[in-house]
Write a new protein. Structure first.
Length: 286
């Protein structure tokens, strides 16, 4: 009896020891990959997507293998595991139905990493939400929006929907600088102001090819795009090297163009309303 108790204590000790070793190993490997990803991104400017996904896979495998070994080392649990494997057919069907969404997310995550419709650090717009991809795990994709909130999206959902990737291929961004002027304002002066401000902005780049420059294609064209109820609507085309610079450039241009319009006496109109007061009918008795 005493030997049996000592044997059980020994098995429990081995079981707990393996679990602790598993947790420590997972922690060390996870930390190693985080340092590798940080170094790869900051120093070598490599795409961290594959490393991130591999980190999640190895992390999950360490726990699966560690827990399996711990169960095998416990005779009582080994018997239970053998009993479960005997009914593996029924168990597989039950697990299959229960884990459809989980498997779909894992497979979608693998496809995302292989085909790369987006990568870690890409800027996306998905379902009217915008942000930067922070992580791609086995189950979900984490997007950090511009309020520093985290949007958790299952991999199967983001794979089956249309996304806008601002970093896919060419990072250059064209921003439309839309301005409105009054009908009696100097149209040519307003167009020249918008063009000058775009060209003089330090974040603006020349997107033209050598052939387009030789053909005389205009840099930062400005066009009349429509007539409003009380305004002539203009649009200037401004280019920046990436989405971050494009946002800054747009804010700077809107402010500088507004100041130039004010100093040059060009009116940015607001809606006008004409009110007509009709005379009251005269009373014949008076």
């Amino acid at each position: 009896m005493k030997e049996k108790i000592l044997a059980n204590i020994e098995h429990i000790g081995v079981f707990v020891g393996i679990l602790i070793l598993t947790i420590i190993t997972a922690f060390i490997v996870n930390r190693f990959f985080k340092r590798l990803i940080r170094k790869s991104s900051e120093e070598m400017h490599n795409d961290p997507t594959n490393y991130q996904f591999l980190r999640h896979i190895i992390h999950a495998l360490i726990y699966m293998v560690g827990i399996s070994i711990a169960i095998y080392m416990m005779p009582n649990l080994r018997v239970l595991a053998s009993s479960l494997l005997a009914g593996a057919g029924v168990l597989a069907v039950a697990v299959g139905f229960a884990s459809q969404h989980a498997l779909a997310n894992i497979i979608s995550g693998i496809f995302i990493v292989i085909f790369k419709p987006f990568r870690v650090n890409d800027r996306l717009t998905f379902d009217n939400r915008s942000g930067v991809v922070e992580d791609i795990s086995l189950r979900h994709t984490v997007i950090r929006d511009f309020e520093n909130k985290r949007i958790i999206i299952p991999n199967s959902v983001i794979s089956d929907n249309v996304i806008v990737n601002f970093n896919y291929g060419d990072d250059h961004i064209c921003k439309w600088i839309n301005m409105s002027i009054a009908y009696d304002a100097d149209l040519d002066l307003a167009k020249s102001i918008i063009k000058e401000e775009i060209i003089n902005n330090p974040l603006h780049i020349d997107p033209r090819t050598e052939e387009q420059i030789e053909n005389g294609d205009e840099l930062a064209p400005v066009r009349v795009i429509s007539f409003g109820d009380s305004s002539v609507n203009l649009r200037g085309w401004a280019w920046a090297k990436d989405p971050v610079d494009a946002f800054k450039m747009e804010c700077q241009l809107l402010e500088s163009i507004k100041k130039r319009f004010d100093s040059e006496g060009i009116e940015i109109p607001f809606p006008y309303r004409t009110l007509v007061y009709k005379d009251k009918p005269t009373n014949p008795k008076q």
